[in-house]
Design a protein around this ligand. Structure first.
Ligand SMILES: NC(=O)c1ccc[n+]([C@@H]2O[C@H](COP(=O)([O-])OP(=O)(O)OC[C@H]3O[C@@H](n4cnc5c(N)ncnc54)[C@H](O)[C@@H]3O)[C@@H](O)[C@H]2O)c1
Length: 243
């Protein structure tokens, strides 16, 4: 039912994990997808594995690199209709032990990159009077978390950026939404012990951790015509943990 045929998309941090699943799902819906990640070889490998996709190297913590990425993808595809700001990192620690560098690194990757990409992509989207920007936030941006002052602040910031962008860009039919995943099984959460995972699952009404596909399906919906009257929203995809 969801068709993205004829659309082009860019997903950051898409060589693995949630980003990879988003890229796969958008391709399955008919879109041509640019996969951006730190390492060109892994971005290209993922692109080859999923089909109508191309890999690009970009460290999204570098604003000039992000601006150039948008231009390169627009040149390669002829347009860019859907931007998914997915790349994200953690540098967890209790605040007393958190270094300034841990704060800055998380802000640069998780938050500033989305601002820079949104600024760069809007020109072409405005001209074409169509755009979908989807920011991958987190439930901890809504509820906070011990040991994640930097990460939760970056994700709360992403939610503020989503709402401001939605207001600025709505008149040009550019819709901007955020998705707040709960605990999803990826390399990011693999670090947790089985006991910690079981404790987490116990707080989730659906009684399981989420899978990357759970987030990818929500992205496909927000990118599609089915969501053409939705902007500035935060869609929580967490098995019912936050309600
Ligand atoms: N896994 C979860 O439970 C969970 C929960 C909430 C939100 N999220 C968010 O979902 C997104 C994806 O997370 P994931 O679990 O798939 O993580 P992951 O660590 O499995 O994958 C992240 C990807 O981003 C890439 N990346 C990291 N730094 C980058 C940079 N500077 N430039 C370009 N690419 C970079 C990595 O190489 C990797 O391919 C992140 O924004 C994360 O904060 C994840």
């Amino acid at each position: 039912m969801i068709s993205l045929t004829g659309k082009t998309a860019l997903v950051t941090g898409a060589a693995r994990g949630i980003g990879r699943s988003i890229a796969e799902t958008l391709v399955a819906c008919g879109a041509r997808v640019a996969i951006a990640d730190l390492d060109l070889a892994s971005a290209e490998k993922t692109a080859q594995e999923i089909g109508e996709a191309r890999g690009f190297a970009c460290d999204v913590s570098d604003p000039a690199a992000v601006t150039m990425l948008i231009q390169t993808v627009e040149d390669a595809f002829g347009s860019l209709d859907i931007l998914v700001n997915n790349a994200g990192i953690t540098r967890d620690n209790l605040m007393a032990r958190m270094k300034d560098e841990d704060w800055d690194a998380v802000m640069a990757v998780n938050l500033r990159s989305a601002f820079v990409a949104t600024r760069a992509v809007q020109r072409g989207m405005m001209k074409r009077r169509f755009g979908r920007i989807i920011n991958i936030a987190s439930v901890v941006g809504i509820m906070g978390n011990k040991g994640q002052a930097n990460y939760s602040a970056s994700k709360a910031g992403l939610i503020g950026l989503t709402k401001s962008s939605a207001k600025e860009l709505a008149s040009r039919n550019i819709l901007v939404n955020a998705i707040a995943p709960g605990f999803i099984q990826t390399a990011m959460t693999d670090k947790l012990s089985d006991e910690a995972k079981a404790q987490l699952a116990a707080q989730i009404p659906l009684a399981r951790l989420g899978e990357p596909k759970d987030i990818a399906n929500a992205v496909a919906f927000l990118a599609s015509d089915l969501a053409s009257y939705i902007t500035g929203q935060v869609l929580v995809v967490d098995g019912g943990m936050v309600m």
